[in-house]
Structures are given as structure tokens and as C-alpha cells.
Design a protein around this ligand. Structure first.
Ligand SMILES: C[S@@+](CC[C@H](N)C(=O)[O-])C[C@H]1O[C@@H](n2cnc3c(N)ncnc32)[C@H](O)[C@@H]1O
Length: 267
């Protein structure tokens, strides 16, 4: 086994990451990229670990996945299921922030872009637990992607239990293998700034590749401590990613995030 493959196995089996069952291709991709920046192996590996720490963002919170799966099996009615979904949404910072205005959030988005029949939820985290609150058809085609396997498993169990027949979650590194499935819209919430830290310029490549009519990219309005206004920095990130593109962009501003509504289909 090469020293890179040994390193990949070591990271995947480490206490910090072993329960996530991350795709090896994510670490392989980071190694390939960081090898171009660092000549010595130790610095390269350190940088890979830092990037992985950022992109997994475990500090944003998690439910107990095994316990949640067991609970889901015992759910009897819709009300219990909705309470469960709310608890899952409040386990992670991004979805917890949205929870007080969740229905208004999706109403505002779909008023602007029309009601989609198919959605890709990229780097979805726990956001698909909001699906029952989106006001969409029960048969909506909803494809959610994340690198975190326990999240993916729990989401699939939830979709089945809640009767969303055409919804499914898949483990996929969306940067290494962008989804090829066509859809009306893609959500890319609260992750583009981390993606840019992982690899400068990567948003442009991803957004270009997505076969969707409308791309909804959200970015945080404030830092995690809520002391700094990040709006201008985030607007620049979007402008950079869209340089030379003629796709119309509108902003929808919420308390904690700005949604950039990018109409690829119209450009
Ligand atoms: C900050 S959370 C955002 C969650 C969700 N989009 C939201 O706003 O509620 C970031 C999520 O992206 C996932 N992620 C990070 N990089 C990814 C990649 N390259 N491909 C797929 N998922 C990724 C992480 O595992 C994590 O669940």
C-alpha cells in the first residue's frame, strides 16, 4: 500500500472520523490538491487534516444517529414524526437557525422561483428534515447529497417513514463527483464559503456543472459568534464564482443567511 493510501486508512479509522464512514475519494482529492502546495509529506498531511476538519464541520452539531434510527422505527403517527424532524433540525447550527422561520423561508423561496417538481439538496446536512415543512407535493423528487454516511442513512429512513417515495439521500462528494441528475432547482445552503476554503474557485466549477434551472445558494449573514457582518464578503464570493456568466441573480435576505437565487436556465 502506498504511503498516501496508508494515510487515508489512518484518517478514516481515526477516533474523530471513524463513525462518519467518509468517502476515501474525499481524502484522496485533498491529498492530490495539498501535494501541489507542500513538498514534505508531514506538512501536506497536516493541511489535509485541517481541510477535512473544516469541511466536515463537526463542531456544528449532530444528533445521536443510532438512537435516532431506533426512535424512527417506533414512530406511530405524524405528530411524533414532526416532533422528531424538529429535534433533528435543532441538532445542527445551520438548521437550528432556520427553524424559527422555516415555513416563511421556503414560502419566500418558492414564491420567487415557482414551486419546483425536483430538487437537489447539495451538502444537505440535516436540512432534508425540513421537507414536510416546504409545502411541496408528497411525490416531489428530492435528491440529497452529503459525505456523512450516518446522516445519509438516517435521512433515507426518515423519507421512507414520512412517505416521500421519490426522495432519497446519497453519500457523494459533490465537488469530486457533481450530481448529473437534472432538476428544477438545487439548494446549496451554508456551504459555499467552506467549499471555497477547501479549494479556491471550486464553486464556479460546481455551479457550472449542475444541470438545474435555478440554483439557490445561501451564505451566512454573520459569523458563528454573531459579532461580524459577513454580507459583503459573501456577495463577493458569489460575484467571483459568477464572473463572466450572464445568469440573473436576486437576493432574498433572512435573519441569519442570504439566499442568492441564480437563474441558470435564463442565462
Ligand atoms: C454546514 S452543513 C450545511 C447543511 C445544510 N446545507 C444546511 O444549510 O442546513 C455542511 C454539510 O455539508 C457536508 N459536506 C461538506 N462538503 C461536502 C462535499 N464536498 N460533498 C457533500 N457533502 C459535503 C457536510 O458533511 C455537512 O453535512
Amino acid at each position: 500500500m502506498s504511503s498516501n493510501e496508508e494515510f487515508i486508512q489512518k484518517v478514516l479509522r481515526s477516533r474523530k472520523y471513524r463513525d462518519l464512514h467518509l468517502p476515501a475519494e474525499t481524502i484522496r482529492d485533498l491529498i492530490e490538491q495539498e501535494s501541489q502546495r507542500f513538498r514534505d509529506e508531514k506538512s501536506m498531511q497536516e493541511s489535509v487534516r485541517q481541510k477535512l476538519h473544516q469541511l466536515t464541520a463537526l463542531y456544528l452539531g449532530d444528533p445521536d444517529y443510532d438512537k435516532a434510527l431506533e426512535e424512527l422505527e417506533l414512530m406511530q403517527d405524524e405528530r411524533e414524526l414532526q416532533d422528531f424532524a424538529n429535534r433533528m433540525l435543532s441538532a445542527h447550527t445551520s438548521t437550528r437557525e432556520r427553524l424559527p422561520y422555516l415555513t416563511d423561508f421556503y414560502n419566500a423561496l418558492f414564491q420567487r422561483i415557482g414551486t419546483p417538481q425536483s430538487i437537489l439538496d447539495l451538502a444537505c446536512g440535516l436540512n432534508p428534515f425540513a421537507l414536510p415543512k416546504m409545502g411541496l407535493d408528497q411525490n416531489i423528487t428530492y435528491l440529497a447529497y452529503d459525505i456523512h454516511q450516518p446522516r445519509v442513512n438516517l435521512l433515507n429512513a426518515f423519507f421512507r417513514r414520512a412517505g416521500f417515495e421519490a426522495a432519497r439521500a446519497e453519500q457523494r462528494d459533490i465537488l469530486v463527483s457533481p450530481p448529473t441528475q437534472k432538476a428544477d432547482t438545487a439548494f446549496f445552503f451554508k456551504e459555499a464559503h467552506r467549499m471555497d476554503q477547501r479549494r479556491k474557485g471550486s464553486n464556479r466549477i460546481l455551479w457550472d456543472a449542475l444541470p438545474v434551472t435555478t440554483l439557490l445558494v445561501s451564505l451566512p449573514k454573520r459569523d458563528i459568534g454573531k459579532t461580524h457582518d459577513l454580507s459583503e464578503r459573501m456577495r463577493h464570493l458569489v460575484q467571483d464564482a459568477l464572473q463572466g456568466r450572464t445568469w440573473p441573480v436576486e437576493e432574498i435576505i433572512f435573519e441569519d443567511e442570504i439566499v442568492f437565487c441564480i437563474r441558470k436556465g435564463a442565462g
